[in-house]
Design a protein around this ligand. Sequence first.
Ligand SMILES: [Zn+2]
Length: 247
Amino acid sequence: MTGQDDWEPVARSRTYELVLTRIEQLILDGRLRVGDRLPPERELSEMLGVSRAAIREALRVLEAQGALRPRVGTGPDSGNVIAAMPDAGLTQFLRLHIALAHFPLDDVVEARAVLERSSARLAAERAKEEDLARMREQLDRMDAVGLPREVFNDCDTDFHVAIAEAAGNRLVADLTVSVRNAVRQTLLTVFHRVEDWEAVAARLRAEHRAIYDAVAAGEAERAGEAVEAHIRSVHRDIVIPSLSPVP
Ligand SMILES: [Zn+2]
């Protein structure tokens, strides 16, 4: 038997979400492009048959996502303009998403292995001298004796990011950076827990050099393999043992 509690009014679909869906569809269809101006609020509200509050809410969401440049002034040119997403937008969003979604660490490592393998292969084919210099800079910093583990971890992240960015495929790079950044804190925790830090650091330095050498030599297959082996073995040999509860 159902009681009165079961028949509470259902939440009405939120109007601003319908507005958002409509605008997103126009963007996906290519009918709204970067630089295009949206009609003014009042016109939108009349055309779509919804309240101005719903329009404003939808515009606020698009603005927060970076898809819309906020309007300036009140003249005829004051409509909101569709903006190119900033580079950082996707990586920040994904990093937060990965952090909040609590993906199992194994899944994140698997994703890293796939993405970074592909990044390293592309980097071996496309890296310019300045990209290689950026990678070497991080390697040299990680060579410093007595470097705090936190700084080492930052350099490690930057090294992987430099490879991803040298790959020249921005979508792969953004995904790689987000996933790498998502494990930054976990890796730092692990770095602080390992007893023989110098041995771990030496191993990481050697593996990074091997990756770099393959990228610099333009050997795509070897570069991809080296980075994937690095990610998987660090996870298996260093991360998992440090995170498992002491028996
Ligand atoms: Zn590394």
